[in-house]
Design a protein around this ligand. Structure first.
Ligand SMILES: NC(=O)c1ccc[n+]([C@@H]2O[C@H](COP(=O)([O-])OP(=O)(O)OC[C@H]3O[C@@H](n4cnc5c(N)ncnc54)[C@H](O)[C@@H]3O)[C@@H](O)[C@H]2O)c1
Length: 224
């Protein structure tokens, strides 16, 4: 069953389930309980059961979930039972690192083309892909049925690159540039924001200490 009504929170958890389950499958583990998933993934088992119930009732009491079946279901829901071609724009430091990091291959998501606007970069090889000029973007996207675009260009270039991707028919964008992209409602944009993550993490350095102090304080209060 594929439902349009799956919440974003659930969709975000599915890859986490999938990664853990794939590890189990590699170790030839056949079944897993929601308790184990909860423990390993730091999630509430009831939440996990609820998430997985969206896709039909395929957990069995006392036995748990069939790992291979669950993987198949989740991959289907995430559209990963087919190869999804990805294009990357901006073959700089980050773009090269992402192209070289082949996590995408594991899950049928594959960067199949890399583009850059800077002449000397065009024609160079990154992970066996030849960097292409922007003029070829639209044709390549259509030829290879590319569905997702990754943007790793400087901030001030990102919107116009996004516009080109949208014009070429791309339906989803992973944006690494530190700006909010404006796209039509039918184009999904996810932002990968290293800097804001780091900055908010810095906050917790001190806040974490306070939290610990609070916890200690309340423990002491209870003891008394
Ligand atoms: N989100 C994150 O976690 C994170 C981390 C580091 C960098 N960034 C961001 O990622 C982007 C890239 O960073 P970088 O360090 O790789 O930069 P970089 O300068 O090394 O690379 C940018 C590349 O984009 C190309 N480019 C510029 N304008 C273009 C255009 N209009 N069309 C196509 N290609 C174009 C350049 O020629 C260059 O090769 C920046 O926006 C940066 O702020 C994000």
């Amino acid at each position: 069953m594929k439902s349009d009504k799956i919440s974003e929170a659930v969709v975000r958890r599915l890859p986490i389930y999938l990664r853990y389950l794939s590890g189990l499958q590699r170790r030839e583990v056949a079944t897993v309980s929601s308790q184990e998933l909860g423990q390993k993934l730091d999630l509430n088992p009831a939440q996990i059961r609820k998430d997985l119930a969206y896709f039909g009732d395929f957990g069995r009491k006392g036995i748990g979930y069939d790992v291979a079946y669950l993987i198949e279901k989740i991959r289907h829901i995430l559209n990963l039972d087919q190869q999804i071609n990805v294009v990357l724009i901006g073959a700089g430091n980050l773009g090269q690192a992402l192209s070289n990091y082949n996590m995408y291959l594991k899950e049928n998501l594959k960067i199949v083309a890399v583009f850059d606007a800077y002449g000397p970069k065009v024609g160079t090889l990154i992970n066996s892909l030849k960097v292409q000029p922007m003029e070829e973007l639209s044709t390549t996207i259509q030829q290879h049925n590319i569905r997702i675009g990754i943007i790793t260009v400087p901030e001030h270039e990102a919107q116009q690159v996004a516009d080109k991707l949208v014009e070429a028919g791309i339906g989803a964008i992973l944006n690494f540039a530190p700006i909010i992209l404006r796209t039509p409602a039918n184009v999904r944009v996810h932002a990968a924001d290293f800097t804001t993550d780091m900055i908010s993490l810095a906050y917790y350095l001190d806040n974490g200490k306070e939290d610990l102090d609070d916890a200690k304080q309340s423990n002491t209060e209870v003891d008394h």
